[in-house]
Design a protein around this ligand. Sequence first.
Ligand SMILES: *[C@@H]1O[C@H](CO)[C@@H](O)[C@H](O)[C@H]1NC(C)=O
Length: 253
Amino acid sequence: MNLLHALLLPLTLTLTWLYALTTRTAPPRNKRITLLIAHPDDEAMFFSPTLLALTKPHLNNTLSVICLSTGNADGIGHIRKHELVASCARLGVARERVQSIDHPELQDQMHSPWPSSTIARVLRERHEVLPDVLITFDERGVSGHPNHISCLRGAQEWVLGLSEAAGVELWMLGTVGVVRKYLFVLDCVVQAVLGGGRGGAGGKGAGWFVSTVGEVRVAREAMVSDHRSQMRWFRWGWIGLSRYMVVNGLERG
Ligand SMILES: *[C@@H]1O[C@H](CO)[C@@H](O)[C@H](O)[C@H]1NC(C)=O
């Protein structure tokens, strides 16, 4: 009986993980995809399952990352923008396709939203060729950070301003409640039951991506080794327990 108890958690985790890996969405192929984030480390803390799924070389996707700030709230933006490039490279995005923006209206801060028109202009100027898919936060921004939510508002303004024929799809990372947030791989069951990418807002799913054990290790390294300036003790709670390190559900905007 004691042996059974001891095995229950590892067994549940393993079965959940296997189940999730067989039912997750197959990633798209041959697409140009831009990930829009607010701060260096968003790509590793929130979007790593998505990036690792989409950047597999045989899929022939072209991934770009646009980070709207250098994360200069503590005056170390010049370090953080290099950390971003290293982390993205580890997650499969070519270094030359990673850009961080340093704009007076888009500075890392908690007190006010960024102007959507400025973000839309950045997106227009930074895309010589339109992407097929633009991925960013949803209206709750995972942590509710105003800069995350501004990413969505700016992305919406830009995409709505394009003609239908441009065909740019907007995918938003679904925000889940606080309990689901810390279920690690167990949240895959909830994600699978809700179906597609639905993250709670009842939108249309774009897909859900699940990392393998090896991929979770890669994402962990992106935080621990690449975003060294951000590693404080409390980050380990996120890295060790957050479902965003293992599973991402995406909704269509
Ligand atoms: C790879 O994707 C690009 C579009 O991004 C496409 O033009 C090209 O034909 C694709 N290559 C292969 C081998 O499918």
